[in-house]
Design a protein around this ligand. Structure first.
Ligand code: FCB
Length: 512
Protein backbone atom coordinates (compact mmCIF):
# COMPACT_ATOMS: atom_id res chain seq x y z
CA UNK A 1 0.00 0.00 0.00
CA UNK A 2 2.73 2.43 0.94
CA UNK A 3 5.18 3.50 -1.71
CA UNK A 4 8.62 4.82 -1.03
CA UNK A 5 10.20 7.90 -2.54
CA UNK A 6 13.06 8.60 -0.20
CA UNK A 7 16.26 8.95 -2.13
CA UNK A 8 18.87 10.23 0.30
CA UNK A 9 19.74 9.56 3.89
CA UNK A 10 21.63 11.42 6.58
CA UNK A 11 25.10 10.16 7.39
CA UNK A 12 25.18 7.84 10.37
CA UNK A 13 26.54 8.59 13.84
CA UNK A 14 27.92 5.12 14.16
CA UNK A 15 29.61 3.51 11.27
CA UNK A 16 27.85 1.01 9.04
CA UNK A 17 31.05 -1.00 8.82
CA UNK A 18 30.26 -2.35 12.28
CA UNK A 19 27.41 -4.39 10.79
CA UNK A 20 28.09 -8.03 11.28
CA UNK A 21 31.30 -7.57 13.23
CA UNK A 22 29.97 -7.09 16.74
CA UNK A 23 30.71 -10.69 17.71
CA UNK A 24 34.40 -10.28 16.97
CA UNK A 25 35.26 -8.36 20.10
CA UNK A 26 37.99 -8.79 22.64
CA UNK A 27 37.12 -11.63 24.94
CA UNK A 28 34.43 -13.09 22.69
CA UNK A 29 34.50 -16.84 22.14
CA UNK A 30 35.82 -17.38 18.64
CA UNK A 31 34.43 -20.02 16.32
CA UNK A 32 36.61 -23.06 15.59
CA UNK A 33 38.20 -22.74 12.15
CA UNK A 34 36.54 -25.93 10.90
CA UNK A 35 33.18 -26.31 12.58
CA UNK A 36 31.97 -29.90 12.75
CA UNK A 37 28.37 -31.03 12.55
CA UNK A 38 26.86 -32.91 15.44
CA UNK A 39 26.71 -36.54 14.45
CA UNK A 40 29.61 -36.52 12.00
CA UNK A 41 32.18 -37.42 14.62
CA UNK A 42 31.94 -39.82 17.56
CA UNK A 43 32.06 -38.46 21.14
CA UNK A 44 35.70 -39.34 21.85
CA UNK A 45 36.96 -37.98 18.58
CA UNK A 46 34.98 -34.81 19.15
CA UNK A 47 36.39 -34.40 22.66
CA UNK A 48 39.91 -34.85 21.37
CA UNK A 49 39.36 -32.21 18.75
CA UNK A 50 37.58 -29.79 20.99
CA UNK A 51 39.68 -29.97 24.15
CA UNK A 52 42.74 -27.99 23.05
CA UNK A 53 40.58 -25.30 21.46
CA UNK A 54 38.47 -24.87 24.56
CA UNK A 55 41.49 -24.64 26.82
CA UNK A 56 42.94 -21.93 24.65
CA UNK A 57 39.83 -19.83 24.69
CA UNK A 58 39.52 -16.92 27.10
CA UNK A 59 37.25 -17.51 30.07
CA UNK A 60 34.31 -15.21 29.62
CA UNK A 61 31.63 -16.55 31.94
CA UNK A 62 32.67 -14.69 35.05
CA UNK A 63 34.58 -11.80 33.58
CA UNK A 64 31.37 -9.87 32.95
CA UNK A 65 33.19 -7.91 30.30
CA UNK A 66 31.95 -9.47 27.08
CA UNK A 67 28.18 -9.10 27.21
CA UNK A 68 28.05 -6.26 29.71
CA UNK A 69 25.67 -3.37 29.10
CA UNK A 70 26.87 0.22 29.51
CA UNK A 71 27.16 1.54 33.05
CA UNK A 72 23.91 3.22 34.03
CA UNK A 73 21.76 1.01 31.79
CA UNK A 74 18.38 0.60 33.54
CA UNK A 75 16.39 -2.61 33.88
CA UNK A 76 12.75 -3.09 34.80
CA UNK A 77 9.46 -4.72 33.97
CA UNK A 78 6.30 -3.46 32.27
CA UNK A 79 2.55 -3.95 32.77
CA UNK A 80 -0.64 -2.12 31.85
CA UNK A 81 -3.71 -1.10 33.85
CA UNK A 82 -6.48 -3.10 32.20
CA UNK A 83 -4.31 -6.21 31.99
CA UNK A 84 -3.51 -6.45 35.71
CA UNK A 85 -5.55 -4.14 37.92
CA UNK A 86 -9.02 -5.68 38.06
CA UNK A 87 -11.28 -3.61 40.36
CA UNK A 88 -13.01 -2.18 37.31
CA UNK A 89 -15.77 -0.52 39.29
CA UNK A 90 -13.79 0.54 42.37
CA UNK A 91 -13.54 4.13 43.55
CA UNK A 92 -15.61 5.66 40.79
CA UNK A 93 -13.78 4.22 37.77
CA UNK A 94 -15.76 4.69 34.56
CA UNK A 95 -16.20 2.02 31.88
CA UNK A 96 -13.56 1.62 29.20
CA UNK A 97 -13.88 0.28 25.67
CA UNK A 98 -12.25 -2.97 26.84
CA UNK A 99 -14.97 -3.52 29.48
CA UNK A 100 -17.51 -3.22 26.70
CA UNK A 101 -15.58 -5.24 24.12
CA UNK A 102 -15.00 -8.16 26.51
CA UNK A 103 -18.75 -8.46 27.00
CA UNK A 104 -19.43 -8.89 23.29
CA UNK A 105 -19.72 -12.62 22.51
CA UNK A 106 -16.81 -14.12 20.62
CA UNK A 107 -14.40 -11.21 21.07
CA UNK A 108 -12.11 -12.80 23.68
CA UNK A 109 -10.77 -16.30 23.04
CA UNK A 110 -11.72 -17.71 26.47
CA UNK A 111 -14.69 -15.39 27.01
CA UNK A 112 -12.86 -13.67 29.88
CA UNK A 113 -12.41 -10.03 30.86
CA UNK A 114 -10.31 -7.78 33.10
CA UNK A 115 -12.84 -7.42 35.94
CA UNK A 116 -10.58 -9.17 38.44
CA UNK A 117 -7.48 -10.13 36.45
CA UNK A 118 -4.57 -10.44 38.91
CA UNK A 119 -6.16 -7.97 41.32
CA UNK A 120 -3.14 -5.70 41.29
CA UNK A 121 -5.36 -2.82 42.44
CA UNK A 122 -5.52 -4.48 45.85
CA UNK A 123 -2.24 -6.40 45.75
CA UNK A 124 0.08 -3.69 44.47
CA UNK A 125 2.21 -3.78 47.64
CA UNK A 126 2.93 -7.47 47.16
CA UNK A 127 3.71 -6.85 43.49
CA UNK A 128 6.09 -3.99 44.25
CA UNK A 129 7.77 -6.23 46.84
CA UNK A 130 8.21 -8.85 44.10
CA UNK A 131 9.89 -6.28 41.86
CA UNK A 132 12.15 -5.28 44.71
CA UNK A 133 13.09 -8.88 45.41
CA UNK A 134 14.09 -9.23 41.75
CA UNK A 135 16.28 -6.14 41.99
CA UNK A 136 14.35 -4.17 39.35
CA UNK A 137 15.38 -0.54 39.10
CA UNK A 138 12.44 0.75 37.08
CA UNK A 139 8.77 -0.08 36.50
CA UNK A 140 6.61 0.87 33.55
CA UNK A 141 2.90 0.82 34.38
CA UNK A 142 -0.08 2.53 32.81
CA UNK A 143 -2.66 4.85 34.27
CA UNK A 144 -6.29 4.03 33.49
CA UNK A 145 -7.81 7.15 31.95
CA UNK A 146 -11.33 6.11 33.13
CA UNK A 147 -10.14 5.98 36.74
CA UNK A 148 -8.99 9.59 36.52
CA UNK A 149 -11.78 10.94 34.31
CA UNK A 150 -14.61 8.39 34.41
CA UNK A 151 -16.28 10.05 31.41
CA UNK A 152 -13.00 10.93 29.73
CA UNK A 153 -13.15 14.65 30.56
CA UNK A 154 -14.63 17.07 33.05
CA UNK A 155 -14.40 16.47 36.78
CA UNK A 156 -11.23 14.68 37.95
CA UNK A 157 -11.97 11.63 40.12
CA UNK A 158 -9.58 12.07 43.05
CA UNK A 159 -10.34 8.61 44.47
CA UNK A 160 -9.25 6.99 41.19
CA UNK A 161 -6.05 8.98 40.87
CA UNK A 162 -5.25 8.19 44.51
CA UNK A 163 -4.48 4.59 43.54
CA UNK A 164 -1.54 5.79 41.43
CA UNK A 165 -0.41 8.05 44.28
CA UNK A 166 -0.20 5.01 46.52
CA UNK A 167 1.53 2.93 43.85
CA UNK A 168 4.11 5.62 43.10
CA UNK A 169 4.87 6.11 46.80
CA UNK A 170 5.30 2.37 47.26
CA UNK A 171 7.65 2.18 44.27
CA UNK A 172 9.78 5.07 45.42
CA UNK A 173 9.96 3.70 48.96
CA UNK A 174 11.25 0.48 47.40
CA UNK A 175 13.90 2.24 45.34
CA UNK A 176 12.12 1.63 42.02
CA UNK A 177 11.71 4.48 39.55
CA UNK A 178 8.19 4.82 38.07
CA UNK A 179 7.67 5.26 34.31
CA UNK A 180 3.99 6.02 33.70
CA UNK A 181 2.19 5.33 30.42
CA UNK A 182 -0.84 7.56 29.97
CA UNK A 183 -2.73 5.44 27.47
CA UNK A 184 -2.54 1.68 27.21
CA UNK A 185 -5.73 1.18 25.18
CA UNK A 186 -8.44 1.66 27.85
CA UNK A 187 -10.29 4.59 26.28
CA UNK A 188 -13.22 5.80 28.40
CA UNK A 189 -16.37 4.32 26.86
CA UNK A 190 -18.06 7.74 27.10
CA UNK A 191 -15.53 9.07 24.59
CA UNK A 192 -15.98 6.11 22.27
CA UNK A 193 -19.71 6.83 22.34
CA UNK A 194 -18.88 10.22 20.85
CA UNK A 195 -16.65 8.74 18.13
CA UNK A 196 -13.45 7.67 19.95
CA UNK A 197 -10.25 8.16 17.98
CA UNK A 198 -12.25 9.12 14.90
CA UNK A 199 -13.00 12.37 16.67
CA UNK A 200 -10.45 15.15 16.85
CA UNK A 201 -11.66 16.24 20.29
CA UNK A 202 -10.51 12.91 21.75
CA UNK A 203 -6.94 14.07 21.13
CA UNK A 204 -7.67 17.32 22.98
CA UNK A 205 -9.33 15.44 25.84
CA UNK A 206 -6.31 13.17 26.06
CA UNK A 207 -3.98 16.15 26.33
CA UNK A 208 -6.10 17.62 29.16
CA UNK A 209 -5.98 14.30 30.99
CA UNK A 210 -2.21 13.97 30.42
CA UNK A 211 -1.58 17.48 31.72
CA UNK A 212 -3.75 16.84 34.80
CA UNK A 213 -1.92 13.61 35.64
CA UNK A 214 1.49 15.20 35.15
CA UNK A 215 0.39 18.07 37.38
CA UNK A 216 -0.66 15.68 40.15
CA UNK A 217 2.03 12.98 39.93
CA UNK A 218 4.85 14.97 38.33
CA UNK A 219 6.42 15.80 41.69
CA UNK A 220 7.41 12.11 41.92
CA UNK A 221 7.04 10.67 38.40
CA UNK A 222 9.67 12.08 36.05
CA UNK A 223 9.12 9.91 32.98
CA UNK A 224 5.90 9.67 31.00
CA UNK A 225 5.05 7.63 27.93
CA UNK A 226 2.18 9.14 25.98
CA UNK A 227 0.35 6.37 24.07
CA UNK A 228 1.25 2.71 23.92
CA UNK A 229 1.46 1.17 20.45
CA UNK A 230 -0.64 3.45 18.32
CA UNK A 231 -0.12 1.09 15.42
CA UNK A 232 -1.74 -1.73 17.45
CA UNK A 233 -4.75 -0.03 18.94
CA UNK A 234 -5.64 1.84 15.77
CA UNK A 235 -5.00 -0.88 13.18
CA UNK A 236 -6.44 -3.70 15.31
CA UNK A 237 -9.21 -1.70 17.02
CA UNK A 238 -10.40 0.48 14.14
CA UNK A 239 -8.96 -1.30 11.09
CA UNK A 240 -9.51 -5.05 11.41
CA UNK A 241 -11.66 -5.05 14.53
CA UNK A 242 -9.86 -7.67 16.64
CA UNK A 243 -9.24 -5.21 19.53
CA UNK A 244 -11.64 -2.79 21.22
CA UNK A 245 -13.74 -1.09 19.99
CA UNK A 246 -13.93 -3.78 17.28
CA UNK A 247 -14.46 -1.54 14.25
CA UNK A 248 -13.55 -2.08 10.61
CA UNK A 249 -13.40 1.42 9.24
CA UNK A 250 -13.05 2.28 5.56
CA UNK A 251 -9.62 3.71 4.56
CA UNK A 252 -10.49 7.40 4.85
CA UNK A 253 -11.90 7.13 8.36
CA UNK A 254 -9.05 4.86 9.43
CA UNK A 255 -6.45 7.34 8.17
CA UNK A 256 -8.22 10.07 10.12
CA UNK A 257 -8.19 7.97 13.32
CA UNK A 258 -4.45 7.39 12.88
CA UNK A 259 -3.95 11.12 12.52
CA UNK A 260 -5.85 11.81 15.74
CA UNK A 261 -3.70 9.30 17.63
CA UNK A 262 -0.42 10.94 16.63
CA UNK A 263 -1.98 14.34 17.24
CA UNK A 264 -2.92 13.18 20.76
CA UNK A 265 0.70 12.19 21.31
CA UNK A 266 1.98 15.63 20.28
CA UNK A 267 -0.62 17.52 22.26
CA UNK A 268 0.15 15.42 25.34
CA UNK A 269 3.88 16.11 25.02
CA UNK A 270 3.05 19.81 25.10
CA UNK A 271 0.54 19.47 27.95
CA UNK A 272 3.04 17.58 30.11
CA UNK A 273 5.67 20.23 29.49
CA UNK A 274 3.11 22.91 30.37
CA UNK A 275 2.05 21.16 33.57
CA UNK A 276 4.58 23.13 35.54
CA UNK A 277 6.45 20.12 36.86
CA UNK A 278 10.17 20.66 36.49
CA UNK A 279 12.16 17.84 34.94
CA UNK A 280 9.23 15.91 33.43
CA UNK A 281 10.46 13.79 30.53
CA UNK A 282 8.19 12.42 27.84
CA UNK A 283 8.18 10.19 24.78
CA UNK A 284 6.09 7.60 22.93
CA UNK A 285 6.05 3.80 23.38
CA UNK A 286 5.53 2.67 19.82
CA UNK A 287 5.71 -0.77 18.22
CA UNK A 288 7.32 0.19 14.97
CA UNK A 289 7.36 -2.31 12.14
CA UNK A 290 11.01 -3.29 11.78
CA UNK A 291 12.29 -4.36 8.39
CA UNK A 292 15.29 -6.67 8.68
CA UNK A 293 18.05 -7.03 6.11
CA UNK A 294 17.89 -10.47 4.55
CA UNK A 295 21.70 -10.54 4.60
CA UNK A 296 23.84 -8.25 6.68
CA UNK A 297 25.38 -6.48 3.71
CA UNK A 298 25.25 -2.72 3.21
CA UNK A 299 22.70 -2.80 0.35
CA UNK A 300 20.19 -4.83 2.31
CA UNK A 301 20.77 -2.81 5.48
CA UNK A 302 20.06 0.37 3.52
CA UNK A 303 16.93 -1.19 2.03
CA UNK A 304 15.78 -2.23 5.52
CA UNK A 305 16.15 1.35 6.81
CA UNK A 306 14.25 2.69 3.84
CA UNK A 307 11.49 0.13 4.36
CA UNK A 308 11.28 0.81 8.11
CA UNK A 309 10.78 4.51 7.47
CA UNK A 310 7.99 3.84 5.00
CA UNK A 311 6.27 1.10 6.98
CA UNK A 312 5.88 3.47 9.93
CA UNK A 313 4.84 6.50 7.89
CA UNK A 314 1.55 6.97 9.78
CA UNK A 315 3.12 6.71 13.24
CA UNK A 316 6.74 7.03 14.30
CA UNK A 317 7.90 8.56 11.02
CA UNK A 318 5.46 11.46 11.11
CA UNK A 319 6.11 11.91 14.83
CA UNK A 320 9.86 12.14 14.25
CA UNK A 321 9.83 14.07 10.96
CA UNK A 322 6.71 16.24 11.10
CA UNK A 323 5.48 15.13 7.70
CA UNK A 324 3.74 12.21 6.11
CA UNK A 325 5.92 10.57 3.49
CA UNK A 326 4.96 11.27 -0.12
CA UNK A 327 4.37 7.60 -0.75
CA UNK A 328 2.05 7.25 2.25
CA UNK A 329 -0.07 10.13 1.01
CA UNK A 330 0.05 8.92 -2.58
CA UNK A 331 -1.01 5.44 -1.48
CA UNK A 332 -4.05 6.87 0.29
CA UNK A 333 -4.97 9.29 -2.49
CA UNK A 334 -8.39 10.78 -1.74
CA UNK A 335 -8.48 8.87 1.57
CA UNK A 336 -5.54 10.84 3.01
CA UNK A 337 -6.13 12.47 6.41
CA UNK A 338 -7.44 16.04 6.49
CA UNK A 339 -6.08 18.42 9.09
CA UNK A 340 -5.42 22.06 9.77
CA UNK A 341 -2.03 23.72 9.30
CA UNK A 342 -0.07 23.37 12.47
CA UNK A 343 -0.98 19.76 13.27
CA UNK A 344 2.25 18.36 11.87
CA UNK A 345 4.37 20.65 14.05
CA UNK A 346 2.37 19.55 17.10
CA UNK A 347 2.73 15.87 16.17
CA UNK A 348 6.51 16.31 15.90
CA UNK A 349 6.87 18.11 19.25
CA UNK A 350 10.39 17.29 20.48
CA UNK A 351 10.52 14.27 22.81
CA UNK A 352 13.09 13.34 25.46
CA UNK A 353 13.27 9.70 24.44
CA UNK A 354 11.75 7.23 22.03
CA UNK A 355 10.29 4.09 23.60
CA UNK A 356 9.97 1.13 21.26
CA UNK A 357 8.12 -2.10 21.97
CA UNK A 358 9.98 -4.84 20.16
CA UNK A 359 8.78 -8.42 19.85
CA UNK A 360 8.71 -9.58 16.25
CA UNK A 361 10.35 -8.98 12.91
CA UNK A 362 8.60 -7.04 10.18
CA UNK A 363 9.48 -8.15 6.68
CA UNK A 364 12.95 -9.33 5.76
CA UNK A 365 14.03 -7.27 2.77
CA UNK A 366 16.36 -7.46 -0.17
CA UNK A 367 17.61 -4.34 -1.89
CA UNK A 368 15.95 -3.60 -5.19
CA UNK A 369 16.66 -1.30 -8.13
CA UNK A 370 12.94 -0.94 -8.68
CA UNK A 371 10.65 1.28 -6.59
CA UNK A 372 10.21 1.35 -3.64
CA UNK A 373 13.90 0.39 -3.29
CA UNK A 374 13.37 -2.85 -1.43
CA UNK A 375 11.74 -6.21 -1.93
CA UNK A 376 9.84 -7.46 1.13
CA UNK A 377 9.90 -11.21 1.63
CA UNK A 378 7.15 -13.29 3.17
CA UNK A 379 7.99 -15.59 6.07
CA UNK A 380 7.70 -19.24 5.03
CA UNK A 381 5.02 -21.30 6.79
CA UNK A 382 7.67 -23.24 8.71
CA UNK A 383 9.21 -20.08 10.21
CA UNK A 384 9.51 -20.63 14.00
CA UNK A 385 7.35 -18.81 16.52
CA UNK A 386 6.89 -18.75 20.28
CA UNK A 387 3.74 -19.92 22.11
CA UNK A 388 1.70 -17.12 20.51
CA UNK A 389 1.62 -17.75 16.77
CA UNK A 390 2.10 -14.02 16.07
CA UNK A 391 5.34 -14.06 18.05
CA UNK A 392 7.68 -15.09 15.25
CA UNK A 393 11.22 -15.54 16.44
CA UNK A 394 13.92 -13.17 15.25
CA UNK A 395 16.08 -12.01 18.16
CA UNK A 396 18.06 -9.76 15.80
CA UNK A 397 15.08 -7.43 15.74
CA UNK A 398 16.39 -6.21 19.14
CA UNK A 399 19.49 -5.07 17.28
CA UNK A 400 17.90 -3.66 14.15
CA UNK A 401 14.96 -1.83 15.76
CA UNK A 402 17.02 0.59 17.87
CA UNK A 403 19.70 0.81 15.21
CA UNK A 404 17.21 1.86 12.52
CA UNK A 405 15.57 4.36 14.89
CA UNK A 406 18.95 5.84 15.80
CA UNK A 407 20.10 6.14 12.19
CA UNK A 408 16.82 7.42 10.80
CA UNK A 409 15.95 9.98 13.49
CA UNK A 410 18.86 10.35 15.91
CA UNK A 411 16.93 10.58 19.18
CA UNK A 412 19.05 11.35 22.23
CA UNK A 413 17.73 8.32 24.06
CA UNK A 414 15.95 5.07 23.17
CA UNK A 415 14.19 2.69 25.56
CA UNK A 416 13.03 -0.81 24.86
CA UNK A 417 9.66 -0.11 26.47
CA UNK A 418 8.53 -3.74 26.00
CA UNK A 419 10.01 -7.08 25.01
CA UNK A 420 9.13 -10.55 26.19
CA UNK A 421 7.37 -13.72 25.19
CA UNK A 422 4.43 -15.98 25.90
CA UNK A 423 5.08 -19.55 26.96
CA UNK A 424 2.81 -22.51 27.64
CA UNK A 425 4.01 -22.57 31.24
CA UNK A 426 3.07 -25.52 33.42
CA UNK A 427 4.30 -25.97 36.97
CA UNK A 428 6.62 -28.97 37.35
CA UNK A 429 6.25 -31.59 40.13
CA UNK A 430 8.02 -29.28 42.55
CA UNK A 431 5.54 -26.53 41.71
CA UNK A 432 8.12 -24.44 39.87
CA UNK A 433 7.80 -23.28 36.25
CA UNK A 434 10.96 -24.01 34.23
CA UNK A 435 10.20 -21.74 31.29
CA UNK A 436 13.25 -22.55 29.22
CA UNK A 437 11.65 -21.28 26.02
CA UNK A 438 11.26 -17.83 27.64
CA UNK A 439 14.90 -17.99 28.74
CA UNK A 440 16.00 -18.87 25.23
CA UNK A 441 14.00 -15.99 23.79
CA UNK A 442 15.23 -13.45 26.34
CA UNK A 443 18.86 -14.48 26.22
CA UNK A 444 18.96 -14.20 22.46
CA UNK A 445 17.08 -10.90 22.39
CA UNK A 446 19.36 -9.40 25.04
CA UNK A 447 22.46 -10.60 23.22
CA UNK A 448 21.26 -8.75 20.13
CA UNK A 449 20.37 -5.67 22.17
CA UNK A 450 23.86 -5.78 23.62
CA UNK A 451 25.21 -5.77 20.10
CA UNK A 452 23.38 -2.46 19.58
CA UNK A 453 24.62 -0.79 22.77
CA UNK A 454 28.16 -1.97 22.11
CA UNK A 455 28.05 -0.13 18.77
CA UNK A 456 26.95 3.08 20.47
CA UNK A 457 23.22 2.95 19.73
CA UNK A 458 21.83 5.07 22.61
CA UNK A 459 19.55 2.50 24.28
CA UNK A 460 19.40 3.45 27.95
CA UNK A 461 16.92 1.00 29.41
CA UNK A 462 14.87 -2.15 28.93
CA UNK A 463 11.43 -3.11 30.28
CA UNK A 464 10.59 -6.79 30.22
CA UNK A 465 6.98 -7.64 29.39
CA UNK A 466 5.74 -8.69 31.83
CA UNK A 467 6.13 -8.82 35.58
CA UNK A 468 3.07 -11.06 36.03
CA UNK A 469 0.89 -13.36 33.96
CA UNK A 470 -2.12 -11.26 32.99
CA UNK A 471 -5.08 -10.63 30.70
CA UNK A 472 -3.62 -10.81 27.20
CA UNK A 473 -6.30 -8.86 25.33
CA UNK A 474 -8.22 -10.93 22.76
CA UNK A 475 -6.24 -14.02 23.85
CA UNK A 476 -7.64 -13.82 27.38
CA UNK A 477 -5.77 -15.65 30.14
CA UNK A 478 -4.59 -18.69 28.19
CA UNK A 479 -1.47 -16.88 27.03
CA UNK A 480 1.04 -16.22 29.79
CA UNK A 481 3.74 -13.56 29.50
CA UNK A 482 4.85 -13.20 33.14
CA UNK A 483 8.17 -13.70 34.88
CA UNK A 484 5.93 -14.52 37.81
CA UNK A 485 3.20 -17.13 37.49
CA UNK A 486 -0.21 -16.22 38.80
CA UNK A 487 -2.63 -18.92 39.86
CA UNK A 488 -5.82 -17.21 38.74
CA UNK A 489 -7.97 -19.19 41.21
CA UNK A 490 -5.98 -18.21 44.31
CA UNK A 491 -4.05 -15.14 43.07
CA UNK A 492 -0.88 -16.76 44.33
CA UNK A 493 2.29 -15.39 42.73
CA UNK A 494 5.24 -17.75 42.06
CA UNK A 495 8.39 -16.56 40.30
CA UNK A 496 9.34 -18.73 37.32
CA UNK A 497 12.86 -19.73 36.34
CA UNK A 498 12.89 -16.70 34.02
CA UNK A 499 12.48 -14.44 37.06
CA UNK A 500 15.67 -15.88 38.54
CA UNK A 501 17.39 -15.44 35.18
CA UNK A 502 16.31 -11.81 34.88
CA UNK A 503 17.41 -11.14 38.44
CA UNK A 504 20.93 -12.20 37.43
CA UNK A 505 20.80 -10.05 34.30
CA UNK A 506 19.79 -7.00 36.31
CA UNK A 507 22.26 -7.59 39.13
CA UNK A 508 25.17 -8.17 36.76
CA UNK A 509 24.12 -5.67 34.08
CA UNK A 510 24.92 -8.23 31.43
CA UNK A 511 23.38 -11.11 29.54
CA UNK A 512 23.37 -14.04 31.95
C1 FCB B 1 2.11 -5.60 23.37
C2 FCB B 1 1.16 -4.84 24.27
C3 FCB B 1 1.09 -5.42 25.67
C4 FCB B 1 1.06 -6.94 25.64
C5 FCB B 1 2.19 -7.47 24.83
C6 FCB B 1 2.28 -8.97 24.79
O1 FCB B 1 1.76 -5.36 22.06
O2 FCB B 1 1.57 -3.50 24.38
O3 FCB B 1 -0.03 -4.88 26.31
O4 FCB B 1 -0.15 -7.37 25.17
O5 FCB B 1 2.08 -6.99 23.51
Amino acid sequence: MRRCSRSSREPSDFSPHTVGTAGAKKGAVTKPAHPTRRGLLGGAALAALAAPDLAAQPRTIDSGADLAFPTGFRWGTATSAYQIEGATSADGRGASIWDTFCREPGRIRDGSNGDVSVDHYHRYKEDVALMKSLGAQTYRFSIAWPRVFPKGRGQLNAAGLAFYDRLVDELLASGIEPFATLYHWDLPQALQDKGGWERRDTALDFADYAGAVAGKLGDRVKNFYTLNEMASFIEFGYGIGIFAPGLKLPPDRLAQARHHAVLAHGLAVQAIRASGRAGARVGPAENLTVALPAFEIPAHVEAAELATRELNAAYLTVMMEGRYTDSYLAGLGANAPRFPDGDLAIIASPVDFVGINVYVPGPYVLSSEAAPGYQALKLPKSYPHMASTWLTLAPEVLYWAPRHVARLWKPAEIHISENGTSSKDKPDKDGRVYDLDRLMYLRNCLTQLHRATSEGVPVRGYFLWSLLDNFEWADGYATRFGLVRVDYATQQRSPKLSAAFYKEVMARNRVA
